[in-house]
Design a protein around this ligand. Structure first.
Ligand SMILES: [Zn+2]
Length: 110
């Protein structure tokens, strides 16, 4: 049985995750800049660059969604409904909250 984290511990955890995700988003924004039709890189490496770009764009969307969820979690931290599944109303296990505080649903409902 995992020890129940305090609100303060959760707040610190969420803030730490927010700063990590924010740094990751900045990195991905850098990587998803439009690919220049540079003659110096051959056709194949340009295709590579475009493929990588779409992978990075997908990662960027995911990271932004995660950031929204984390900010939302931080706002809701002091509400009585924090840690409750938004679908079934059941308690979300502490272990799950610690791993993904942005999650608003229990394992079963997500
Ligand atoms: Zn649920």
């Amino acid at each position: 049985m995992q020890k129940e984290p305090t609100k303060e511990e959760l707040r610190q955890l969420i803030e730490k995750k927010i700063s990590l995700v924010t740094a990751h988003i900045e990195e991905l924004e850098e990587l998803t800049r439009p690919v220049a039709p540079d003659v110096a890189i051959g056709r194949v490496s340009r295709m590579d660059a475009i493929n990588n770009k779409s992978v990075n764009e997908a990662a960027l969307r995911q990271a932004r969604t995660k950031l929204n969820g984390l900010e939302h979690a931080l706002e809701n931290l002091n509400k009585t409904t924090f840690g409750q599944c938004s679908r079934c109303g059941g308690q979300i296990p502490v272990g799950r909250i610690l791993i993904m505080p942005e999650s608003t649903r229990c394992m079963r409902c997500s």
